[in-house]
Design a protein around this ligand. Structure first.
Ligand code: UD1
Length: 422
């Protein structure tokens, strides 16, 4: 397995192009299942999770053509031959469960394995199941698979979610576009990826109102047509690279960055004494000299501070001046990067969902282990600030969510290289 070697202490200066959002692309690709006509996605990130979703869709009979080195994906579901999402593919990535809603809506049946994904908590599917049942689906769990049927098709209804789950909102939003009558999703997730999904569905002819708020109304239609849709900017990749110059100093402009995607995160950077400015092309972050200051962070659903930036923020706070408290409210087991950061000299105490980070002056390079996607990148960031060499092992998680990380950071001056594994 590959590892990434980072030699810390070099200031970073220059521009980094931010890619299309992994999490948006992973919900936009299954949208193809809702229509016989082609869906073209542009600005698709080149990631292993996208390859996993491609393999899953192909196993259902979807034709997927990657153009422009994978930046454009043309998907066609005119000949779906299979409605079972097999465990062997689904276990690699939780987002595979996003085929459930579309398959039920157009084919009135689906068998979907319960998912795997990052080991950051239990991550059940109860909210998805209850929501689709509200639309008339009958769903049973047998042998690790959800067996779902909707005789005569789905019917619009009021769908209150017990928690604003991103995936459940996406599944029910997709499903409701072809349901008979009106669906109202209450306590819907408000993430930018949901807004992007609604915009894509609307381009295909869906009738949707209220995305980006906690109440989304969908008027079912008989059919959806062809569309071309650009994937929204990846706000998590954006936040990650916004932090990059904070570690060893410098100034980095993140091209394609938008403040509305990272508002709560930018506010915390501001409170830590790090300047973020909007430019014509994106967002610029600079740290010259002074250490960042400690800040307290609580992860929340959008527009709150994203859980997917918690690990990176913790890495930054390890060398901030003072003590910071991080509270993880979305996932119950998402501090696995803390012991790895401690191997580099960080001073962190974890009690349940709360981590207390006492800032130290300097981290020291060490061999560390990547435990999940965002943890992997947090260790690379920490390596940028550390004295000497940090070797991040088991980086396959990283390739699920960050395209060409060593090239992007290398281009702004980081000393970073990938060492191919045996
Ligand atoms: C999505 C993102 C992921 C991000 C997460 C929270 C994708 C592909 N992934 O994941 O990167 O970290 O949002 O912002 O978009 N839950 C239940 N029952 C359910 C569904 C969820 O209890 O049926 C719980 C989960 O265990 C978790 C919390 O709700 O604790 C959040 O999950 P959810 O919002 O559904 O996240 P995902 O869609 O899986």
């Amino acid at each position: 397995m590959d590892s990434i070697v980072v030699t810390g202490g070099t200031p970073l200066n220059g521009q980094i192009q931010i890619a299309g959002a992994k999490n948006a692309a992973l919900t936009l690709m299954p949208v193809t299942l809702l229509s016989e006509e082609p869906l073209t996605l542009t600005n698709t990130p080149r990631l292993s999770d996208i390859k996993t979703m491609t393999a899953l869709l192909q196993s259902l009979g979807v034709e997927v053509t990657a153009l422009q080195d994978g930046k454009v994906q043309v998907l066609s579901s005119h000949n779906v031959t299979n409605t079972t999402a097999d465990y062997d593919i689904v276990r690699k990535m939780r987002a595979s469960n996003l085929v459930l809603g579309p398959l039920l809506a157009r084919h009135h049946q689906a068998i979907v394995s319960l998912p795997g994904g990052c080991a950051i908590g239990a991550r059940p599917m109860d909210i998805h199941v209850t929501a689709l049942e509200a639309l008339g689906a009958e769903i049973e769990l047998k042998d690790g698979y959800l067996h779902a049927k909707a005789k005569g098709g789905l019917k619009g209804n009021k769908v209150p979610l017990r928690f604003a789950s991103v995936g459940a909102t996406e599944n029910v939003l997709m499903a409701a576009t072809l349901a008979k009558g009106t669906t109202v999703i209450e306590n819907a997730a408000r993430e930018p990826e949901i807004v992007d999904l609604a915009q894509c569905l609307r381009r295909m002819g869906a009738q949707i109102d209220g995305e980006g708020t906690d109440t989304i109304t969908i008027q079912g239609v008989d059919k959806l047509g062809a569309a071309t849709h650009p994937v929204v900017t990846d706000r998590i990749e954006l936040g990650t690279y916004m932090l990059a110059p904070v570690f060893a100093g410098g100034e980095v402009e993140c091209l394609g960055g938008r403040m509305d995607l990272v508002g709560a995160f930018a506010e915390k950077l501001d409170a830590a004494g790090i300047s973020v400015t909007e430019t014509d092309k994106g967002l610029k972050v600079a740290r010259n000299g002074a250490r960042a200051k400690a800040v307290n962070v609580t992860t929340e659903v959008f527009p709150g501070f994203p859980t997917d930036l918690q690990a990176q923020m913790m890495a930054m706070l390890c060398t901030a001046e003072g003590t910071s408290i991080l509270e993880e409210k979305i996932f119950e087991n998402r501090f696995m990067h803390a012991p790895e950061l401690m191997r580099m000299g960080a001073d962190i105490e974890v009690h349940g969902g709360t981590a207390t980070v006492h800032g130290v002056e300097r981290l020291k390079g060490a061999p560390v282990m990547a435990t999940d996607l965002r943890a992997s990148v947090s260790l690379i960031l920490a390596g940028l600030a550390a004295e000497g060499e940090t070797v991040v092992n088991r980086v396959y998680h990283l390739d699920r969510g960050y395209e060409h990380v060593e090239e992007k950071l290398g281009a702004v001056g980081a000393k970073i290289e990938r060492v191919p594994g045996s």
